[in-house]
Write a protein that binds this ligand. Sequence first.
Ligand code: 5GP
Ligand code: MN
Length: 333
Amino acid sequence: MLHEKDMLMLPTPPIPQELLKAFNDHQHMVILGHKNPDGDCLNSQLALGRVLENRGKNIYLLSPGPFKRYEIQQYASNFLKDFPEGLPKKDTLVIVLDCSTLDRITPFEEKIKDFTTAVIDHHAAGKHFGDIQYIHSRAFSVTFMIQHIIAEMGDELTQEIAEYLLFGLATDTGFFRHIPGKRGEVFHAAAELLEAGASPRRVHELMYGNRPFESRKLLGLLLHRAEPYYEGKLIVTWEERKEHLQFGEEMRDSETLYGQLLGIKGCEMVLYLREDGDNSCTVGLRSNNYVDVGLLASSYGGGGHRRAAGFTYKGEREEIQTTLIQTCKELFL
Ligand code: 5GP
Ligand code: MN
């Protein structure tokens, strides 16, 4: 997800010709996304997969999962969990989407070394890998990049593909809320998708609608628990293991939670810590204007964007929570 300072008006980098050549030169394509996938990642895979399939290629969509986020459960059946066996080394291209570091494609990081690998990504930070790289850190979403590739190749933008692309674009822009001025190209892209038949109403319903009643109870609990630090510039909330067991990951609506907390007057940054398993937790970070949470998350082995990032912590939640609050002191005092 991107915010203002990530989106300065600079030209879009050209699509590497070797990427387009690799699409032509291989018959089999494994299209892989990052673990704990989101709407941008999966819809980039689905859209690119369909385009290449329409060109007569053999497509294998692969995801490490899990498909816990509510809005992506609908896509799970389209994805393989295991790397397909018996693919010819020379005639197979692995395409990795929305992923800036190898550890985010666990357990496939060794397997992909057998093949030519292309990476298409929009993260600024990270240790990029792959034989062919198309990295555009100011792209609103990876689907935005895929849309660009489709236009360049002159392939048909069907209604199905357009709706995949709109879902990804809406995911990473918070349904266009995080876009600053002078980036009108996002609406040119969206207009093209709508003309091809994509429906914002339907995409919004797929993303935010049809949630279980219990998910609002969890949201209420997490809002109620939130604590302000440094005159409210930092807001912290957390989910305990017993709640994780009671509600399940499917009940989380993290984007709505972040939106509510970031909307508090004076708030610059939100921390949302989740006790996932025994002695391990997931930390989500968001900011409004100036704190680079991507940088902060990478110092704990994670990553992301300037305004949205995360990492996994092996240890007690209270421990990392205290450390992070202490670390933020110099940012806010
Ligand atoms: P979310 O909080 O929605 O899971 O993630 C927000 C952003 O942070 C996404 O761009 C995602 O790629 C990144 N992110 C979240 N967790 C991790 C992580 O463990 N490692 C890395 N490298 N990036 C992460
Ligand atoms: Mn993305």
